[in-house]
Structures are given as structure tokens and as C-alpha cells.
Design a binder for this molecule. Structure first.
Ligand SMILES: [Zn+2]
Length: 270
């Protein structure tokens, strides 16, 4: 397996000082550190004075690191992130990198591209798909399904799907899509309305926009990796429970439905 510099090296170990970047931090955590290093002024996130855990970004009383699931997957994820996306404590690309070891993260710039990103896209073990709404793309490039898993093993040289997620605001994502020539030759995976509404029904989600980790969950579902999809969804829900409990100063229920679902998924993995 290739090990491009952006690859997630998942671990919950902390640095000896108990602060800053965790040792063996995953791809999004390392991108955050790199982005902070080039900041001309310090980025002050909401609640940053609360003493957040560097691994899960939550305050110590709400740390979820001990619950963190990891799922072996065939598919991988390549996050291309808007300027300050990796700095936001609510960014959910981070949660994908928690769960899926084969996650890469790159910062996007209009005038430059990380050679490691180009190397990843050219790596013959992967079949990259840009995940983007098909309405904005010429129809010849658009897929709404992936080849069945067996076909993927036998055909296409047995390539593994690599989902390229443009992680930022909608206007950033559109800009990334239009102004990244290295994406132009790649097929576009468009999540189709039926799949999206099924997912919403199961999760009682009514928001118009999916967050990045929900998009990743849908992609893994399309790739036939249901356990990864369910685990990403449960991990997002547990994170959201804890995040909102801090923000709204609500009591935290460690036995809430998402906690139980996450635990059940971990049990079936054994
Ligand atoms: Zn933590």
C-alpha cells in the first residue's frame, strides 16, 4: 500500500506535553497543524479557551476518544478542504479520518496543487471519483452508482474506490470543482435522490445539506460497505451529542441512542 504524506495515521496518543498535535495524528489533524503554522494571526475557534482534547476537539469532560471506532475499508477518502475548514471544531471531515484509516486531506488553493495529491490520484490501486451533484456536470462524466463489489475486484484491474470529497462551503466546493484542472478527467459520482431520501428517512434528517461525513457514509453505502457507512453515521451522531451538550450546556447522556448504536456496531465487529 502506498503511503502518501497526506495519509491518515490513526492514533489517539497525545503528545508528551498533552497539548498541540497528537502523535501519529490523522490526516485532517495534520492539515490543521500545517494550516495553523502558516496563519499570520491566531485562529480563535468558538470555545477555544475551554481546554479541548487535541484528538477529538471536545472539552476533556466530553472527550470521545475512548469510544472512537475504526473500520477496515476497501474504499478510501480524499478530502480537499477549503481554507479554514480543518481549523473548525465542527468540521466533520475530521470524523471520517477518525474512522477510515485510508483518508487523505489536502488544503485547496486555486494556484497550486500538492504533488502528493496528484500522486494519489495517479496511484493505480485507486479509482478516484469526485463526489459532486450531477446537475452541474456534463452528463457523460456522471455516475450514480458504482460497479458491484465483485466486478470491482475482477474488472478495472481490481481498483479500490477513492471518494474525493470537496469539504467546504457550497460556494467553496463549486470553486474547487471548477478550478481544479486535475479533477477534470475524473468521473463524477452524483448521489441520487432516492438514495438520499432513504438515508434521510432512516436517520430522520431533514436538513437540506449533508455534512461531509454524511456524504462519506452514503458513498460507503454505494460501495457496498454498510458497516463503514453505519459506523460513520453513529460516530457523527455521538460527536454531535457531545458537541451540542457543550455548546448548549445540556447534560450529557453517555447511554443515549447514538452511544448504544456505536457500541452495538463495535460489538458486531468482534
Ligand atoms: Zn478526545
Amino acid at each position: 500500500m502506498s503511503a502518501a504524506p497526506g495519509r491518515s495515521q490513526a492514533s489517539s496518543h497525545r503528545s508528551p506535553r498533552g497539548e498541540g498535535t497528537p502523535v501519529n495524528a490523522h490526516a485532517v489533524s495534520r492539515l490543521r497543524t500545517a494550516r495553523l503554522a502558516v496563519s499570520s494571526k491566531p485562529y480563535v475557534a468558538r470555545g477555544s479557551g475551554l481546554g479541548r482534547c487535541p484528538c477529538c476537539r471536545l472539552v476533556a469532560s466530553h472527550c470521545i476518544c475512548a469510544l472512537r471506532p475504526q473500520v477496515p475499508t476497501r474504499a478510501g477518502v480524499c478530502l480537499i478542504m477549503g481554507d479554514i475548514e480543518a481549523l473548525k471544531p465542527s468540521n466533520t471531515g475530521w470524523l471520517i479520518a477518525d474512522v477510515v484509516a485510508d483518508t487523505w486531506a489536502f488544503g485547496w488553493a486555486r494556484t497550486a496543487v500538492d504533488p502528493a495529491l496528484l500522486a494519489l490520484l495517479a496511484d493505480p490501486q485507486w479509482q478516484p471519483y469526485v463526489v459532486f451533484p450531477g446537475d452541474y456536470v456534463e452528463p457523460g462524466r456522471v455516475l450514480t452508482a458504482l460497479p458491484p463489489a465483485e466486478d470491482q475486484e475482477a474488472g478495472q484491474g481490481g481498483k479500490r474506490p477513492l471518494f474525493i470529497l470537496l469539504d467546504g462551503t457550497w460556494s467553496e466546493a463549486r470553486k474547487m470543482f471548477r478550478k481544479s484542472p486535475y479533477l477534470d478527467r475524473l468521473p463524477v459520482l452524483s448521489l441520487h435522490p432516492e438514495q438520499v431520501s432513504n438515508y434521510r428517512l432512516r436517520r430522520s434528517t431533514h436538513e437540506h445539506h449533508f455534512c461531509t461525513s454524511e456524504v462519506a457514509a452514503l458513498c460507503f453505502e454505494l460501495a457496498g460497505e454498510q458497516r463503514a457507512a453505519d459506523t460513520l453515521a453513529a460516530w457523527l451522531d455521538v460527536f454531535t451529542d457531545h458537541y451540542l451538550s457543550i455548546r448548549q450546556q445540556l447534560p450529557l447522556d453517555w447511554a443515549s441512542e447514538p452511544h448504544q448504536r456505536l457500541q452495538a456496531l463495535a460489538m458486531t465487529a468482534r
